[in-house]
Design a protein around this ligand. Structure first.
Ligand SMILES: [Fe+2]
Ligand SMILES: [Fe+2]
Length: 465
Protein backbone atom coordinates (compact mmCIF):
# COMPACT_ATOMS: atom_id res chain seq x y z
CA UNK A 1 0.00 0.00 0.00
CA UNK A 2 1.21 3.47 -0.88
CA UNK A 3 2.57 5.45 2.05
CA UNK A 4 1.24 8.93 2.72
CA UNK A 5 3.84 11.13 4.37
CA UNK A 6 2.38 13.42 7.00
CA UNK A 7 -0.66 11.20 7.64
CA UNK A 8 -1.43 8.43 10.11
CA UNK A 9 -3.81 5.62 9.30
CA UNK A 10 -6.76 4.94 11.55
CA UNK A 11 -9.83 2.75 11.29
CA UNK A 12 -13.18 4.51 10.84
CA UNK A 13 -14.22 2.81 14.11
CA UNK A 14 -11.45 4.60 16.03
CA UNK A 15 -12.32 7.91 14.38
CA UNK A 16 -15.91 7.31 15.42
CA UNK A 17 -14.81 6.58 19.00
CA UNK A 18 -12.89 9.85 19.05
CA UNK A 19 -15.91 11.73 17.81
CA UNK A 20 -18.02 10.15 20.56
CA UNK A 21 -15.34 11.19 23.07
CA UNK A 22 -16.06 14.74 22.06
CA UNK A 23 -12.99 15.24 19.87
CA UNK A 24 -14.59 16.44 16.67
CA UNK A 25 -11.71 18.68 15.82
CA UNK A 26 -9.92 16.29 13.48
CA UNK A 27 -9.72 16.28 9.73
CA UNK A 28 -10.33 12.97 8.00
CA UNK A 29 -8.93 12.10 4.57
CA UNK A 30 -9.58 9.14 2.31
CA UNK A 31 -7.01 7.51 0.08
CA UNK A 32 -8.14 5.75 -3.09
CA UNK A 33 -4.57 4.62 -3.75
CA UNK A 34 -4.34 6.73 -6.93
CA UNK A 35 -4.85 10.42 -6.20
CA UNK A 36 -3.46 10.41 -2.66
CA UNK A 37 -5.28 11.83 0.39
CA UNK A 38 -8.62 13.50 -0.37
CA UNK A 39 -10.37 15.57 2.29
CA UNK A 40 -13.50 13.75 3.53
CA UNK A 41 -14.39 15.79 6.58
CA UNK A 42 -13.20 19.19 7.82
CA UNK A 43 -12.14 19.75 11.42
CA UNK A 44 -15.14 20.65 13.57
CA UNK A 45 -17.63 19.64 10.87
CA UNK A 46 -18.87 16.63 12.80
CA UNK A 47 -20.01 13.36 11.31
CA UNK A 48 -23.30 11.60 11.93
CA UNK A 49 -23.42 7.89 12.80
CA UNK A 50 -24.67 7.25 9.27
CA UNK A 51 -21.47 8.75 7.85
CA UNK A 52 -19.42 6.12 9.63
CA UNK A 53 -21.72 3.30 8.59
CA UNK A 54 -21.48 4.59 5.01
CA UNK A 55 -17.69 4.39 5.22
CA UNK A 56 -17.97 0.83 6.47
CA UNK A 57 -20.55 -0.15 3.88
CA UNK A 58 -18.20 1.05 1.17
CA UNK A 59 -15.47 -1.18 2.56
CA UNK A 60 -13.30 1.71 3.78
CA UNK A 61 -11.02 0.10 6.35
CA UNK A 62 -8.75 3.06 7.01
CA UNK A 63 -9.02 6.83 7.04
CA UNK A 64 -6.08 9.19 7.22
CA UNK A 65 -5.57 11.88 9.84
CA UNK A 66 -2.81 14.50 9.71
CA UNK A 67 0.12 13.24 11.83
CA UNK A 68 0.34 16.69 13.44
CA UNK A 69 -3.00 15.96 15.13
CA UNK A 70 -1.88 12.62 16.55
CA UNK A 71 -0.40 13.92 19.80
CA UNK A 72 -3.71 15.55 20.72
CA UNK A 73 -5.66 12.49 19.59
CA UNK A 74 -3.49 10.14 21.64
CA UNK A 75 -3.89 12.41 24.66
CA UNK A 76 -7.67 12.32 24.25
CA UNK A 77 -7.64 8.51 24.06
CA UNK A 78 -5.27 8.18 27.02
CA UNK A 79 -7.51 10.26 29.30
CA UNK A 80 -10.15 7.53 29.36
CA UNK A 81 -8.04 4.62 28.20
CA UNK A 82 -9.21 2.07 30.80
CA UNK A 83 -12.86 2.98 30.25
CA UNK A 84 -12.59 2.73 26.45
CA UNK A 85 -11.16 -0.81 26.59
CA UNK A 86 -14.07 -1.92 28.78
CA UNK A 87 -16.79 -0.12 26.81
CA UNK A 88 -18.96 -2.81 25.14
CA UNK A 89 -20.18 -0.35 22.49
CA UNK A 90 -16.66 0.06 21.05
CA UNK A 91 -15.66 -2.51 18.46
CA UNK A 92 -12.74 -4.82 19.23
CA UNK A 93 -10.73 -3.60 16.26
CA UNK A 94 -10.95 -0.02 17.55
CA UNK A 95 -9.96 -1.14 21.05
CA UNK A 96 -6.77 -2.76 19.73
CA UNK A 97 -5.97 0.38 17.75
CA UNK A 98 -6.63 2.65 20.73
CA UNK A 99 -4.35 0.43 22.80
CA UNK A 100 -1.61 0.83 20.23
CA UNK A 101 -1.95 4.62 19.95
CA UNK A 102 -1.89 5.11 23.72
CA UNK A 103 0.88 2.56 24.31
CA UNK A 104 3.05 4.17 21.64
CA UNK A 105 2.56 7.61 23.18
CA UNK A 106 3.46 6.31 26.65
CA UNK A 107 6.55 4.45 25.39
CA UNK A 108 7.66 7.53 23.45
CA UNK A 109 7.59 9.57 26.63
CA UNK A 110 9.58 6.84 28.43
CA UNK A 111 12.14 6.84 25.63
CA UNK A 112 12.46 10.62 25.76
CA UNK A 113 12.38 11.27 29.49
CA UNK A 114 13.21 7.87 30.98
CA UNK A 115 11.34 7.39 34.21
CA UNK A 116 10.28 10.74 35.58
CA UNK A 117 7.34 10.58 37.94
CA UNK A 118 4.77 11.55 35.32
CA UNK A 119 5.99 8.91 32.84
CA UNK A 120 5.72 6.21 35.52
CA UNK A 121 2.15 7.31 36.34
CA UNK A 122 1.21 7.16 32.65
CA UNK A 123 2.95 3.79 32.28
CA UNK A 124 1.03 2.32 35.23
CA UNK A 125 -2.24 3.74 33.86
CA UNK A 126 -1.60 2.11 30.50
CA UNK A 127 -0.68 -1.30 31.93
CA UNK A 128 -3.66 -1.23 34.35
CA UNK A 129 -5.92 -0.57 31.37
CA UNK A 130 -4.40 -3.43 29.36
CA UNK A 131 -4.60 -5.91 32.26
CA UNK A 132 -8.25 -5.04 33.00
CA UNK A 133 -9.10 -5.02 29.29
CA UNK A 134 -7.54 -8.45 28.65
CA UNK A 135 -9.20 -9.95 31.72
CA UNK A 136 -12.66 -8.47 31.18
CA UNK A 137 -12.96 -8.49 27.40
CA UNK A 138 -10.43 -10.72 25.60
CA UNK A 139 -12.35 -10.25 22.32
CA UNK A 140 -9.77 -7.77 21.08
CA UNK A 141 -6.93 -10.31 21.40
CA UNK A 142 -6.87 -11.26 17.69
CA UNK A 143 -6.86 -7.59 16.71
CA UNK A 144 -4.01 -7.01 19.11
CA UNK A 145 -2.07 -9.72 17.29
CA UNK A 146 -2.93 -8.26 13.88
CA UNK A 147 -1.67 -4.93 15.10
CA UNK A 148 1.66 -6.54 15.93
CA UNK A 149 2.07 -7.20 12.23
CA UNK A 150 1.57 -3.58 11.23
CA UNK A 151 3.72 -1.57 13.58
CA UNK A 152 7.47 -1.74 13.94
CA UNK A 153 8.88 1.47 15.40
CA UNK A 154 10.67 1.38 18.73
CA UNK A 155 7.84 2.89 20.78
CA UNK A 156 5.35 0.59 19.02
CA UNK A 157 7.57 -2.43 19.70
CA UNK A 158 7.66 -1.74 23.44
CA UNK A 159 3.88 -1.11 23.60
CA UNK A 160 3.10 -4.25 21.58
CA UNK A 161 5.48 -6.47 23.58
CA UNK A 162 3.82 -5.14 26.74
CA UNK A 163 0.29 -5.89 25.52
CA UNK A 164 1.14 -9.30 23.99
CA UNK A 165 3.03 -10.15 27.19
CA UNK A 166 -0.08 -9.44 29.27
CA UNK A 167 -2.14 -11.52 26.88
CA UNK A 168 0.21 -14.52 27.14
CA UNK A 169 0.58 -14.06 30.90
CA UNK A 170 -3.22 -14.17 31.29
CA UNK A 171 -3.22 -17.49 29.41
CA UNK A 172 -0.57 -18.88 31.77
CA UNK A 173 -1.38 -17.26 35.12
CA UNK A 174 -5.14 -16.64 34.89
CA UNK A 175 -6.24 -13.90 37.27
CA UNK A 176 -2.86 -13.30 38.90
CA UNK A 177 -3.07 -9.57 38.22
CA UNK A 178 0.20 -8.79 40.00
CA UNK A 179 2.20 -10.96 37.59
CA UNK A 180 0.19 -9.75 34.58
CA UNK A 181 0.95 -6.20 35.61
CA UNK A 182 4.68 -6.96 36.10
CA UNK A 183 4.94 -8.53 32.63
CA UNK A 184 3.15 -5.51 31.10
CA UNK A 185 5.48 -3.01 32.77
CA UNK A 186 8.59 -5.04 31.90
CA UNK A 187 7.43 -5.18 28.27
CA UNK A 188 7.07 -1.43 28.17
CA UNK A 189 10.58 -0.88 29.52
CA UNK A 190 12.60 -3.85 28.26
CA UNK A 191 14.61 -2.14 25.47
CA UNK A 192 15.15 1.29 27.03
CA UNK A 193 18.87 0.50 27.30
CA UNK A 194 19.26 0.33 23.53
CA UNK A 195 19.14 4.09 23.45
CA UNK A 196 22.67 4.04 24.90
CA UNK A 197 23.97 2.30 21.78
CA UNK A 198 25.20 4.29 18.83
CA UNK A 199 22.73 4.14 15.93
CA UNK A 200 25.55 3.23 13.50
CA UNK A 201 26.08 -0.03 15.43
CA UNK A 202 22.38 -0.81 15.58
CA UNK A 203 21.86 -0.47 11.85
CA UNK A 204 25.17 -2.02 10.84
CA UNK A 205 24.68 -4.62 8.11
CA UNK A 206 28.11 -6.24 8.35
CA UNK A 207 29.08 -8.56 11.23
CA UNK A 208 29.59 -6.84 14.57
CA UNK A 209 33.00 -6.71 16.20
CA UNK A 210 33.30 -8.42 19.62
CA UNK A 211 33.26 -4.96 21.28
CA UNK A 212 30.09 -3.96 19.44
CA UNK A 213 28.46 -7.26 20.33
CA UNK A 214 29.33 -6.67 23.99
CA UNK A 215 27.59 -3.28 23.81
CA UNK A 216 24.48 -4.85 22.29
CA UNK A 217 24.44 -7.60 24.87
CA UNK A 218 24.57 -5.07 27.64
CA UNK A 219 21.28 -3.37 26.75
CA UNK A 220 19.10 -5.37 29.21
CA UNK A 221 21.31 -4.21 32.08
CA UNK A 222 21.35 -0.64 30.73
CA UNK A 223 17.53 -0.73 30.56
CA UNK A 224 17.37 -1.45 34.29
CA UNK A 225 19.99 1.24 34.99
CA UNK A 226 17.81 3.81 33.22
CA UNK A 227 14.88 2.92 35.45
CA UNK A 228 16.71 4.09 38.54
CA UNK A 229 15.26 3.28 41.96
CA UNK A 230 11.60 4.20 41.50
CA UNK A 231 9.86 1.90 44.05
CA UNK A 232 6.86 1.51 41.72
CA UNK A 233 9.02 -0.73 39.50
CA UNK A 234 9.20 -4.05 41.37
CA UNK A 235 12.23 -6.34 41.63
CA UNK A 236 10.37 -8.95 39.53
CA UNK A 237 10.01 -6.36 36.71
CA UNK A 238 13.71 -5.56 36.94
CA UNK A 239 14.59 -9.25 36.66
CA UNK A 240 12.29 -9.71 33.66
CA UNK A 241 14.00 -6.82 31.89
CA UNK A 242 17.53 -8.10 32.63
CA UNK A 243 16.59 -11.63 31.60
CA UNK A 244 14.58 -11.02 28.41
CA UNK A 245 17.46 -12.33 26.23
CA UNK A 246 18.41 -15.28 28.43
CA UNK A 247 17.92 -18.73 26.90
CA UNK A 248 16.84 -21.99 28.47
CA UNK A 249 20.09 -23.65 27.31
CA UNK A 250 22.26 -21.00 28.97
CA UNK A 251 23.47 -19.46 25.69
CA UNK A 252 21.63 -16.18 26.18
CA UNK A 253 22.84 -12.88 27.56
CA UNK A 254 23.81 -10.93 29.62
CA UNK A 255 24.16 -13.54 32.40
CA UNK A 256 23.97 -16.88 30.61
CA UNK A 257 21.31 -18.17 33.04
CA UNK A 258 19.81 -21.62 32.45
CA UNK A 259 16.36 -23.22 32.79
CA UNK A 260 14.82 -22.54 36.20
CA UNK A 261 17.39 -19.88 37.02
CA UNK A 262 15.36 -17.66 34.69
CA UNK A 263 12.20 -16.07 36.12
CA UNK A 264 9.06 -17.46 34.52
CA UNK A 265 7.85 -13.97 33.59
CA UNK A 266 11.16 -13.39 31.75
CA UNK A 267 10.41 -16.48 29.64
CA UNK A 268 7.02 -15.00 28.75
CA UNK A 269 8.63 -11.73 27.72
CA UNK A 270 11.29 -13.58 25.68
CA UNK A 271 8.63 -15.38 23.62
CA UNK A 272 6.53 -12.33 22.72
CA UNK A 273 9.60 -10.13 22.19
CA UNK A 274 11.13 -12.65 19.79
CA UNK A 275 7.80 -13.23 18.05
CA UNK A 276 7.42 -9.52 17.33
CA UNK A 277 11.06 -9.25 16.22
CA UNK A 278 10.92 -12.34 13.98
CA UNK A 279 7.72 -11.24 12.24
CA UNK A 280 9.35 -7.95 11.24
CA UNK A 281 11.16 -7.47 7.94
CA UNK A 282 14.94 -7.50 8.03
CA UNK A 283 17.58 -6.30 5.58
CA UNK A 284 18.36 -9.90 4.64
CA UNK A 285 14.84 -11.38 4.51
CA UNK A 286 11.17 -10.55 4.13
CA UNK A 287 8.82 -10.34 7.09
CA UNK A 288 7.60 -13.71 8.33
CA UNK A 289 3.96 -14.60 8.82
CA UNK A 290 2.87 -15.69 12.31
CA UNK A 291 2.82 -19.34 11.19
CA UNK A 292 6.36 -19.10 9.78
CA UNK A 293 7.60 -17.37 12.93
CA UNK A 294 6.09 -20.12 15.08
CA UNK A 295 7.80 -22.80 13.02
CA UNK A 296 11.16 -21.10 13.50
CA UNK A 297 10.47 -20.69 17.21
CA UNK A 298 9.31 -24.31 17.53
CA UNK A 299 12.75 -25.44 16.38
CA UNK A 300 14.18 -23.54 19.35
CA UNK A 301 11.70 -24.90 21.87
CA UNK A 302 13.50 -26.09 24.98
CA UNK A 303 16.71 -24.44 23.80
CA UNK A 304 15.98 -20.74 23.42
CA UNK A 305 12.36 -20.74 24.61
CA UNK A 306 10.61 -22.44 27.48
CA UNK A 307 8.53 -25.23 25.90
CA UNK A 308 5.47 -24.70 28.10
CA UNK A 309 5.41 -20.94 27.48
CA UNK A 310 5.89 -21.41 23.74
CA UNK A 311 3.11 -24.00 23.68
CA UNK A 312 0.76 -21.54 25.38
CA UNK A 313 1.66 -18.84 22.84
CA UNK A 314 1.14 -21.24 19.94
CA UNK A 315 -2.22 -22.30 21.32
CA UNK A 316 -3.27 -18.67 21.77
CA UNK A 317 -2.34 -17.87 18.17
CA UNK A 318 -4.05 -21.01 16.91
CA UNK A 319 -7.31 -19.94 18.56
CA UNK A 320 -7.25 -16.75 16.51
CA UNK A 321 -5.38 -18.06 13.48
CA UNK A 322 -8.03 -17.20 10.89
CA UNK A 323 -8.43 -13.57 11.95
CA UNK A 324 -4.72 -13.00 12.45
CA UNK A 325 -3.68 -14.49 9.10
CA UNK A 326 -6.44 -12.72 7.20
CA UNK A 327 -5.25 -9.29 8.21
CA UNK A 328 -1.57 -9.80 8.91
CA UNK A 329 -0.20 -8.31 5.72
CA UNK A 330 -3.15 -6.29 4.53
CA UNK A 331 -2.53 -2.86 5.94
CA UNK A 332 1.22 -2.60 6.33
CA UNK A 333 1.18 1.07 7.23
CA UNK A 334 4.13 1.25 9.53
CA UNK A 335 6.22 -1.71 8.51
CA UNK A 336 9.92 -1.13 8.29
CA UNK A 337 12.98 -2.29 10.10
CA UNK A 338 12.99 -1.56 13.79
CA UNK A 339 15.06 1.59 14.21
CA UNK A 340 16.65 0.02 17.25
CA UNK A 341 18.20 -2.57 14.99
CA UNK A 342 16.41 -5.64 16.32
CA UNK A 343 18.33 -7.76 13.80
CA UNK A 344 21.13 -7.94 16.33
CA UNK A 345 18.83 -8.47 19.21
CA UNK A 346 18.05 -12.13 19.05
CA UNK A 347 21.40 -13.45 17.99
CA UNK A 348 22.71 -16.16 20.29
CA UNK A 349 25.65 -15.27 22.50
CA UNK A 350 28.81 -16.06 20.61
CA UNK A 351 27.76 -13.59 17.99
CA UNK A 352 27.37 -15.84 14.98
CA UNK A 353 24.27 -16.73 13.11
CA UNK A 354 24.32 -19.91 11.11
CA UNK A 355 22.88 -19.31 7.69
CA UNK A 356 22.25 -22.62 5.98
CA UNK A 357 24.60 -22.93 3.04
CA UNK A 358 23.10 -23.93 -0.26
CA UNK A 359 24.25 -27.44 -0.92
CA UNK A 360 24.73 -28.11 -4.59
CA UNK A 361 23.91 -31.73 -5.36
CA UNK A 362 26.05 -33.41 -7.98
CA UNK A 363 24.20 -33.44 -11.24
CA UNK A 364 23.69 -37.16 -11.76
CA UNK A 365 20.35 -36.42 -13.36
CA UNK A 366 19.85 -33.59 -15.82
CA UNK A 367 16.18 -34.12 -16.60
CA UNK A 368 13.42 -32.58 -14.56
CA UNK A 369 10.79 -35.02 -13.32
CA UNK A 370 8.07 -35.26 -10.72
CA UNK A 371 8.24 -37.07 -7.39
CA UNK A 372 5.76 -37.70 -4.61
CA UNK A 373 6.76 -36.54 -1.16
CA UNK A 374 5.26 -37.45 2.20
CA UNK A 375 6.03 -35.72 5.45
CA UNK A 376 7.58 -38.07 8.00
CA UNK A 377 8.35 -35.37 10.57
CA UNK A 378 6.90 -31.93 10.21
CA UNK A 379 7.92 -28.81 12.12
CA UNK A 380 4.46 -27.50 11.85
CA UNK A 381 2.11 -26.38 14.56
CA UNK A 382 -0.63 -24.46 12.82
CA UNK A 383 -1.34 -26.06 9.47
CA UNK A 384 -2.64 -29.58 9.73
CA UNK A 385 -3.57 -32.25 7.23
CA UNK A 386 -0.83 -31.58 4.69
CA UNK A 387 0.38 -35.13 4.48
CA UNK A 388 2.16 -34.97 1.19
CA UNK A 389 2.69 -33.13 -2.05
CA UNK A 390 3.95 -33.52 -5.57
CA UNK A 391 7.16 -31.77 -6.44
CA UNK A 392 9.46 -31.19 -9.40
CA UNK A 393 13.05 -32.42 -9.08
CA UNK A 394 15.65 -29.92 -10.19
CA UNK A 395 18.82 -31.85 -9.35
CA UNK A 396 19.53 -35.27 -7.99
CA UNK A 397 22.65 -36.99 -6.70
CA UNK A 398 23.19 -39.95 -4.40
CA UNK A 399 23.59 -37.54 -1.49
CA UNK A 400 20.96 -34.96 -2.13
CA UNK A 401 17.96 -33.85 -4.08
CA UNK A 402 16.87 -30.35 -5.00
CA UNK A 403 13.10 -29.90 -5.18
CA UNK A 404 10.92 -27.15 -6.55
CA UNK A 405 7.94 -26.75 -4.20
CA UNK A 406 5.02 -24.37 -4.05
CA UNK A 407 5.29 -23.98 -0.27
CA UNK A 408 8.22 -23.57 2.07
CA UNK A 409 9.84 -26.56 3.74
CA UNK A 410 11.63 -25.96 6.99
CA UNK A 411 15.14 -26.91 7.90
CA UNK A 412 15.15 -30.20 9.76
CA UNK A 413 11.85 -31.54 8.43
CA UNK A 414 11.99 -35.19 7.33
CA UNK A 415 10.47 -36.26 4.02
CA UNK A 416 9.87 -39.58 2.38
CA UNK A 417 10.35 -39.20 -1.36
CA UNK A 418 9.10 -41.64 -3.96
CA UNK A 419 11.40 -41.89 -6.97
CA UNK A 420 10.43 -43.68 -10.11
CA UNK A 421 13.07 -43.78 -12.82
CA UNK A 422 13.99 -46.17 -15.57
CA UNK A 423 11.64 -48.87 -14.23
CA UNK A 424 13.05 -48.55 -10.70
CA UNK A 425 10.83 -47.52 -7.86
CA UNK A 426 12.12 -46.60 -4.43
CA UNK A 427 11.33 -44.57 -1.33
CA UNK A 428 14.11 -42.40 0.08
CA UNK A 429 14.25 -40.64 3.41
CA UNK A 430 15.76 -37.17 3.48
CA UNK A 431 16.04 -34.16 5.74
CA UNK A 432 15.52 -30.57 4.57
CA UNK A 433 18.90 -28.81 4.60
CA UNK A 434 17.86 -25.45 3.15
CA UNK A 435 14.97 -23.69 1.46
CA UNK A 436 15.01 -20.50 -0.58
CA UNK A 437 12.31 -18.46 -2.21
CA UNK A 438 12.42 -18.63 -6.01
CA UNK A 439 12.58 -15.26 -7.72
CA UNK A 440 11.31 -14.17 -10.15
CA UNK A 441 9.54 -17.55 -10.47
CA UNK A 442 7.05 -18.52 -7.83
CA UNK A 443 7.59 -21.20 -5.23
CA UNK A 444 10.69 -22.43 -3.41
CA UNK A 445 13.88 -24.36 -4.12
CA UNK A 446 14.65 -26.79 -1.33
CA UNK A 447 17.73 -28.91 -0.76
CA UNK A 448 17.08 -32.31 0.82
CA UNK A 449 19.98 -34.31 2.23
CA UNK A 450 19.24 -37.94 1.49
CA UNK A 451 19.82 -40.16 4.51
CA UNK A 452 18.55 -43.64 3.73
CA UNK A 453 16.59 -45.85 1.38
CA UNK A 454 13.38 -47.19 2.87
CA UNK A 455 12.37 -50.87 2.72
CA UNK A 456 10.82 -52.05 -0.54
CA UNK A 457 7.25 -51.06 -1.24
CA UNK A 458 6.63 -49.34 2.07
CA UNK A 459 6.69 -45.70 3.02
CA UNK A 460 6.38 -45.21 6.81
CA UNK A 461 5.51 -41.53 6.32
CA UNK A 462 2.47 -42.52 4.23
CA UNK A 463 0.98 -44.27 7.27
CA UNK A 464 0.99 -41.02 9.18
CA UNK A 465 -0.38 -38.93 6.35
FE1 LIG B 1 16.06 -6.50 23.85
FE1 LIG C 1 12.70 -6.04 22.22
Amino acid sequence: MKENAGFTRMSPQTAETLAKQGDTDIELYLDDGIRGPTLYRRAGAGLADTDYSRLRNHGVSTVLVPSDDMQRIEQCLEEDFGGLLLDPSIESTAKAEILHHVGRAVSSSLLEDALDSESVTRMIGFVDGVVNGVMEDPSFAPYLMQMAGHHRGTASHMAIVSALGVLLASELYGNDTKTLHDVGVAGLLHDLGKLQIDQSILIKKTPLTPEEMTLIQHHPVDSVRKIGDDPRVSSAVRRMIVEHHERIDGRGYPLGLKGDEILHGSKVLAVVDSFHAITGPRAYREAMTPAEALRVMAMLSGRQFDSEVLRAWTSLLSQHQAEVSAHWAVQGDERGEDELGARHEHRPSGGKTTTPKMRQPRLDCHQKFKVNCVYAERLDLLEKGKGGFESMVNDLSKNGICLHTDHALYRGEVLHIHLEQGGNSMWLEGRVAWCRRNTPERGYRCGIRLESRLPEGRCPGADAA
